[in-house]
Design a protein around this ligand. Structure first.
Ligand code: SF4
Ligand code: SF4
Length: 331
């Protein structure tokens, strides 16, 4: 197989055979021998060593390197540790960008992909996925009537009930560098946390630090997002409206790439003094100032239920109220 065909074949394996840049991304971090091994997976180090006529130690060393690069994932089986290629574009993106030794030009090439190819691809994702893979979680402390909020939509309870927690860099801010908001702030929970620590792509933190990071994210105006499944929390990402791979497309193109939370912001007009601080904080254009009454009004159709407006309201005029049923969150 010609050199470039290997990388194109790898792109095809993650359903990105039409991409110009995905083969180049593989080529930048996988040598020819590594590419051949990737194409031959899934398999164990022993099985791969037999088919390649190499020692098991040599193949194990290559698989360890590919695991650290985020190109392979592993699973324990009765036959030994089974390795497989990253499953799809999102796994390739999320895992390989967090390769601790990733060179800057690799991150820059991902950013080029995000600008040149991702918008068109995301329109297809928007059309074919019945529901987005992620959903917004409201700013935890701000949801009124704690009985209304479910454990899997309360960031603080998610942390309290989690096992291992790790913090990683935000893949989007690391590559895009469009704002100066915190980079080391995305949380991996449970098995995802164990995977992160095993790979060295993040560091283990305790619950106290995780809660402090959530608060830091809220104060920096970052939107909490998680898996769009009830009781299935692998991550709490903290997204901005400029670097993020999804929010600019939600805001500017109205693509349905992330579900709202079950909540909406409500304004107490008695308390609102019309200062307008919340307007800037709402990335979704869901708030307008009523000049005559000097109060802010929320457009429920546009409100994504992130709760960030409430963080900046010094008058306590904003509360979050449930507007969607519990079964809105997929099981
Ligand atoms: S920040 Fe609070 S007081 Fe100021 S306009 Fe918004 S809701 Fe009203
Ligand atoms: S009004 Fe805007 S900032 Fe407030 S919860 Fe809704 S989307 Fe978030």
């Amino acid at each position: 197989m010609a050199d470039e065909e290997r990388y194109h074949a790898l792109a095809e394996k993650i359903f990105m055979g039409n991409s110009d840049l995905i083969p180049s991304l593989f080529e930048m971090i996988a040598g020819l021998e590594e590419a051949d091994l990737l194409l031959a997976l899934p398999g164990t180090a022993k099985g791969m060593a037999e088919s390649y006529g190499k020692s098991e130690e040599e193949i194990q060393g290559m698989l360890d390197t590919l695991f650290r690069k985020g190109l392979v994932f592993k699973k324990e089986t009765p036959e030994g540790t089974l390795y497989r290629l990253c499953r799809d574009l999102m796994q390739f993106h999320d895992a390989s960008i967090l390769w601790p030794e990733a060179p800057r030009e690799y991150l820059d090439l991902w950013q080029r992909f995000m600008e040149e190819e991702w918008p068109a691809f995301s329109e297809i994702v928007d059309k074919i996925l019945p529901r987005p893979v992620a959903r917004i979680v409201p700013v935890g402390e701000t949801v009124g009537g704690r009985q209304q909020i479910l454990a899997y939509e309360d960031v603080r309870q998610m942390i309290e009930e989690s096992g291992t927690i790790a913090v990683t860099n935000c893949t989007c801010r690391l590559t895009a560098r469009k704002c100066d908001r915190p980079v080391e702030i995305c949380l991996q929970i449970g098995k995802a946390g164990e995977y992160t620590i095993d790979r060295g792509s993040g560091r283990e933190i305790d619950k106290e630090e995780a809660l402090a990071l959530l608060r830091k994210a809220e104060e920096a105006g970052l939107i909490h997002t998680t898996m769009n499944r009830a009781e299935d929390t692998h991550f709490i990402c903290n997204c901005c409206e400029d670097c993020c791979m999804t929010f600019p497309l939600i805001i500017n193109k109205k693509l349905h790439l992330c579900d709202p939370s079950r909540f909406t912001a409500r304004i107490d007009e008695e308390l609102c003094n019309g200062c307008g601080d919340c307007l800037e904080r709402c990335y979704f254009g869901a708030m307008v100032l009523n000049d005559e009454r000097e109060v802010v009004v929320v457009d429920e159709e546009e409100c994504m239920g992130c709760g960030l407006c409430q963080v900046v309201c010094s008058e306590g005029a904003i509360s979050m109220e449930v507007v969607r049923e519990e079964d809105f969150i997929p099981t």
